[in-house]
Write a protein that binds this ligand. Structure first.
Ligand code: PLP
Length: 346
């Protein structure tokens, strides 16, 4: 699929104007991600644009159930809507399945993120999606961390699955994009209308890059999650690491749910450096190969102290979130081990 720069089309055929009717480029991205998620898709300018279009569906006075650990942008969007009187937010612990089941009967939007960002708690999505829902409710899952290759929320019974294409689908830290996938044609039409009215459309170059990125998603994921498993197993034993979270570890609190629901355990690890925030900052500063950078899901490994991010101050101050890339695992370990040891000395 080449880049398809077009706002206007000759009238009389399928399309008139791209904001309303899409472009062949957007169609290609939607077909790829929708095919992987097992639904019909609509592409947006970013993951957040797609998520905002979902929240936009809620009538005033709605109830929103939100994970207590989730992407801070979504938490910010939910809080902003609450403070304007649009809806009320109920925070639910990701692993508290009983509470989620209760919220399914009460909430108009049940929003899940699994594994969660950055504590990597895996929700019992299969059980929660099967619980009876309030009439008209939407159950949405941010599937960005798992990718549709490792988890398919629509097949479990979710109404909506979201990908921030910015992350794994694009895979090279060079674009912003989002795709929302659904099972219901009416919801798809409503989301298309939300995109049309708000104008949060994907860019031509970004769409081209996302489609190109998707072609190597499976290969990148396979390599990166193999790297992640090796690093997680070594981090657990490292003398300067206090806690290691990775859903693939048997010691992970929600490992059983991960085994049940994931085809692979993903590429994100979060771990607490022994010591305080200064020790964790020193690790980031001491790395040479791993990039001290935000975001995730790219070919290069990135690491960040999450409590330093606005809206994430409640997290352990020494928690580092590591997105493992496709580099040589021994090069990654050499860099990480050296930075951890030097931080402990400093
Ligand atoms: C889990 C998750 N969902 C959604 C988003 C938002 O995506 P975007 O930056 O493409 O708007 C992010 C961004 O970091 C994310 O990590």
């Amino acid at each position: 699929m080449p880049p398809w720069p077009a706002s206007n089309f000759v009238l009389g055929e399928r399309r008139a104007y791209s904001r309303d009717d899409g472009t062949p480029g957007w169609d290609a991205l939607e077909e790829i991600v929708g095919g992987l998620e097992g639904g019909s898709s609509i592409s947006f300018a970013s993951g957040m644009a797609g998520i905002a279009a979902i929240f936009e569906q809620l009538p005033t006075g709605s109830v929103v159930a939100l994970p207590d650990d989730c992407y801070q942008g979504v938490a910010g969007l939910a809080q902003a809507g609450q403070s304007r009187g649009r809806w009320t937010v109920h925070c639910v612990a990701v692993a508290d399945t009983t509470h989620w089941i209760k919220m399914c009967g009460m909430a108009d939007l049940i929003w899940l993120e699994s594994p969660s960002n950055p504590l990597l708690t895996v929700a019992d999505l299969d059980i929660i999606c099967a619980a009876p829902r309030k009439r008209g409710a939407i159950l949405g899952v941010d599937n960005t961390f798992a990718t549709p290759l490792n988890q398919r929320p629509l097949a479990l019974g979710a109404d909506v699955a979201v990908q921030s294409v910015t992350k794994f689908i694009g895979g090279h830290s060079d674009l912003l994009g989002g795709v929302v996938s659904v099972r219901d044609a009416k919801l798809l039409a409503a989301l298309r209308q939300a995109r049309e009215l708000a104008g949060a459309t994907p860019g031509t170059l970004e769409t081209f890059l996302a489609v190109r990125g998707a072609r190597t998603l499976a290969l990148r994921l396979e390599r990166a999650q193999r790297n992640a498993m090796t690093l997680a197993e070594r981090l657990v034993r490292h003398p300067n690491v206090a806690v290691t979270r990775y859903p693939g570890l048997a010691s992970h609190p929600t490992h059983e749910a991960a085994r049940r629901q994931f085809r692979g355990f993903g590429t994100i690890i979060s771990f607490d450096v022994s010591g305080d925030s200064r020790a964790a900052d020193a690790v980031c500063a001491g790395l040479q190969l791993l990039q001290h950078a935000t975001s995730l899901g790219a070919v290069e490994s990135t690491i960040e102290r999450r409590a330093s991010v606005p809206g994430q101050e409640h997290l352990p101050p020494n928690l580092l979130r590591l997105s493992v890339g496709i580099e040589s695992v021994e090069d990654l370990w050499t860099d990480l081990d050296r930075a951890l040891r030097n931080a402990a000395i400093g």
